[in-house]
Design a protein around this ligand. Structure first.
Ligand code: GL9
Length: 841
């Protein structure tokens, strides 16, 4: 407050406060000024990189002004805030998004043209911010966009990794990982060197009575690492509200280096200390749906959680309210169990540092937190070894034991006759060594637990968290089906389709209320509209075909059916079933007469996605796809009838190009394994149909768009357990078509069969855990239905239009409104005006 400018001087400030671009002159002036001053270049050495930098800085200036105003308004109005804690934010590129969200892309396009650049080339200069693995991280990014667009006072908290998810290169058909150093030049972050938090690790706990005879606990010694804040502005769409994503970077506490060590000649070890500290935020763990229990990962989690809570608590304390009001001011959402330590840390702050009684503190804690579960796969559920915990966070382990004690007492009281339940639900698993079960801790410490699609939310209630539903009652458990932001995934990725939709739905309002897409139902049979629709799809396919040509050298026919499966490579997602299906198709074509071949719909099978570096089976799948591709794509017999493509380095910006080009996309996980999936929503929203299992959000997509607009196949989740059981007891008769596929592989048709032995063996000999053989027949049959349906282009396009018309439910805006109402209990904070912003496009 003391830093506030006195009233008489504020006029001078207001005169020069920045606003949105009034016109292209203003944009050009700012951009040229950044080239000439910030970048110290001129028109004689301004390449595309420099033009990107200057354009971004010009937009950044606008965002940060709006950011400041939004923050001031939130502070003055003193309303509740949401804090979204996520170890991953898969943001992708920021410039295009910023241009569209502040409604100045047309101005920038004209302005850049005046300055001698094409806007597409400038946008393409940006390096993706890839601080995430897949769906979970991208969901967090979509949520940030929605929270800002809906004017919710919300902060994201994460880690500022120096290396995001690795870059994938394909060398001789194998995945090779290359580090993703993305911070060379990042105009979208603001270092806050004044916001630094000391984070403690290791050390000892001391309990004693103070002078007043009160029991106190202190955590002493160990080591200190500094957390430095970096802020990323998050602009809302068509609103001046600009929220904040705060990312923490680790730094040695002793500053540059330890002077004592330096002076005593121990220069190397002083530098080593510094590097050790910086290691904490150095790299994103590249696993998807897998936890490996490494100490550095736990360090990352505590570092990030402790810094974020310090920040949140400090902000609350400025309001001078009573602690009991904390949950009325603060809602913290835990994106998976990764930030579960926040529950323990808040309890520690309240009892050890603020002197509250246990019960009073615990009431505040549990009212504050909500926990989102994103998977039922057992290998993904986080567990930390007690000895490791004891060493790194001794005080937190004590608090966890205490939480567990009170919790188990409650359970015992409720179910006095059931001794076994205590061991089952205990936060501490009595294994060798003992383990802390993070999901159980998250449930016990939160007031709401949600899954991310209906089936998934039902499954967590009936399987992994069954006991907890009995203990806490069913109301603690709820569903919030995932969503996607239509701004990035339609307006930005598919501008022509967005424009066409706007022309029929009364403008761009549908981007803020996606249910307005409903209007399109009236055009599902409109000849002229369908023609334009088909032209746009074709143009998007031409664009992808060009990308395929330049990156793989393979020529594909844009008129062929584009069949796409892009997502992390994982056995449960069953890319192996897809490629076996492709082999089946190849064998079928080879056996056909020329007459029969003529009747076939040409198809391009496109794969993309990263395998975790240590996931050998996933890497084998990539290798098989590439090996099949090199045989099929060079087979003169086959020609355009079948092409097999693996797209290197799938990421957010590539998704923006790939998704609008699909005719059919594959979401074919073993039923019950994919919690939601979100790319299924993106593909349908962009006018592609999907082939999928009854899993995750596919089920709700079917309900919305209608059964006749989706190609569903395969066993149901409720039958999976029995099928697996049958396999393990010898009843595993292999599907005959799949047997033929395996024979082809074993005949070395796609290179040395030995390299694919494990993949085939997992199905033939090791129980076929993901039920590939059980679903193969219905998969192949359904693909034949796809072939048939695609031949009738007229009907196909009608299906696509009708589907898009019914996708309104899957906006992440709907999703955020549900969280706000049923979990966060928070209202939006309307901005004062669209101050200085031009009307959006
Ligand atoms: C995931 C699920 O596997 C997806 O089905 C779901 O759509 C997303 C978002 O809720 O969450 N859970 C999970 O661990 N990942 C998911 O994508 N994996 C990562 O991205 C790390």
């Amino acid at each position: 407050v003391e830093a506030s400018i006195p009233e008489p001087q504020r006029e001078a400030w207001k005169k020069f406060q920045a606003h949105g671009f009034r016109d292209k002159d203003e944009f050009e002036r700012d951009t040229v000024r950044h080239v000439e001053t910030t970048l110290a270049r001129s028109m004689f050495n301004c390449d595309e990189t420099a033009a990107y930098a200057a354009t971004s800085l010009a937009f950044r200036d606008r965002l940060i002004t709006q950011w400041n105003r939004t923050q001031q308004r939130q502070t003055f109005s003193d309303t509740k805030r949401i804090y979204y804690l996520s170890l991953e934010f898969l943001m992708g590129r920021a410039l295009d998004n910023a241009m569209l969200n502040v409604g100045a892309k047309a101005i920038a396009k004209d302005g850049l043209a005046d300055l001698g650049f094409r806007i597409e080339d400038i946008i393409a200069q940006e390096h993706d911010a890839a601080l995430g693995n897949g769906g979970l991280g991208r969901l967090a990014a979509c949520f940030l966009d929605s929270m800002a667009s809906l004017n919710f006072p919300a902060w994201g908290y994460g880690l500022r990794y120096r290396y995001g998810i690795f870059k994938q290169e394909i060398v001789d058909g194998y995945q090779v990982e290359v580090p993703d150093y993305w911070l060379d030049f990042n105009p979208w972050e603001f270092p806050r060197h004044d916001i630094v938090v000391d984070i403690q690790f290791y050390g000892n706990v001391r309990k004693y009575q103070n002078d007043q005879g009160k029991n106190v606990v202190t955590w002493e010694g160990g080591e200190i690492v500094k957390a430095v804040a970096y802020d990323v502005p998050i602009p809302g769409f068509d609103t001046p509200s600009t929220n904040n994503l705060r990312l923490w970077s680790s730094k040695a506490a002793s500053g540059e280096f330890d002077f004592q060590k330096f002076n005593s000649g121990d220069y190397e070890s002083s530098v080593a200390d510094q590097q050790r500290a910086e290691t904490i935020s150095a790299v994103l763990y590249p696993n998807d749906n897998l936890e490996r229990g490494k100490e550095l990962r736990l360090k990352q989690q505590y570092f990030w959680v402790a810094a974020s809570l310090y920040d949140i608590v400090r902000r609350f304390k400025k309001s001078k309210r009573a602690w009991s009001e904390f949950p009325e001011q603060v809602a913290i959402q835990l994106n998976d169990t990764h930030p579960t330590l926040a529950i323990v840390e808040l309890q520690r702050i309240l009892i050890d540092l603020e002197g509250l009684e246990w019960d009073e503190a615990w009431k505040i804690v549990t009212k504050t937190f909500g926990y989102t579960n994103h998977t039922v796969l057992p290998e993904a559920l986080e567990k930390w070894s007690v000895p490791l915990f004891q060493n790194l966070l001794p005080r937190h382990l004590q608090i966890i034991y205490e939480i567990n004690l009170f919790f188990l007492q409650l359970v015992e009281k409720k179910f006095p006759k059931e001794r076994e339940i205590l061991g089952r639900v205990s936060i501490i698993e009595e294994s060798q060594p003992k383990m802390v079960r993070m999901a159980y801790l998250a449930i016990v410490g939160s007031h709401k637990v949600n899954g991310v699609a209906e089936l998934h939310s039902d499954l967590i209630k009936t399987t992994i968290f069954k006991d907890f539903v009995r203990i806490f009652g069913p109301d603690k458990f709820t569903n919030v089906t995932n969503g996607i932001t239509p701004r990035r995934w339609l307006h930005q990725a598919n501008p022509r389709l967005s424009e066409l939709i706007a022309s029929k739905t009364g403008g761009i309002g549908f981007l803020k209320d996606l249910t307005l897409l409903n209007e399109l139902e009236n055009f599902a049979d409109d000849k002229e509209f369908k023609k334009e629709w088909a032209e746009i799809k074709y143009a998007n396919k031409v664009r992808l075909a060009k990308h395929i040509k330049t990156t793989t050298g393979v020529t594909v026919n844009p008129a062929a059916l584009f069949d796409i499966q892009v997502k992390r490579i994982h056995e449960y997602k069953r890319q192996q079933m897809n490629i076996f299906g492709v082999i089946h198709r190849y064998l079928t074509i080879k056996n056909m007469s020329a007459e029969e071949r003529k009747k076939l719909a040409p198809r391009v099978s496109i794969f993309g996605g990263k395998a975790a570096p240590g996931y050998w089976m996933a890497k084998t799948i990539i290798h098989l796809v590439n090996s099949v591709g090199s045989v099929v794509n060079n087979d003169k017999d086959v020609g355009d009838l079948l092409k097999v493509i693996f797209l290197e380095d799938y990421n957010v910006s590539k998704a923006e190009m790939i998704i609008p080009a699909s005719d059919i996309s594959e979401h074919i996980s073993t039923a019950g394994t994919e919690a939601s999936g979100t790319s299924n929503m993106k593909f349908v929203l962009n006018g592609g149909l999907i082939i999928g299992t009854c899993d995750g959000a596919n089920i709700e997509i079917t309900r919305e768009i209608g059964e006749s607009n989706i190609f569903l196949f395969g066993n149901l989740a409720e039958d999976v357990e029995d099928l697996r059981h049958a396999h393990n007891y010898g009843d595993h008769s292999m599907d005959p078509d799949l047997v033929k596929v395996f024979e082809a592989i074993k005949s070395n048709m796609f290179g040395d069969a030995g390299s694919f032995g494990a993949l085939v063996g997992a199905i033939e000999d090791h129980g076929d855990y993901y039920l590939v053989s059980d679903d193969f027949h219905s998969y192949i049959q359904t693909q034949e239905l796809v072939d048939e349906a695609y031949k009738n282009q007229d009907e196909w396009i009608s299906k696509c239009i009708q589907s898009v018309a019914r996708m309104g439910f899957f906006s992440s805006d709907r999703c955020i409104n549900e969280y706000a109402e049923s979990i966060w209990n928070i209202e939006p904070l309307q901005p004062e005006s669209k101050n200085g912003l031009p009307k959006s496009e």
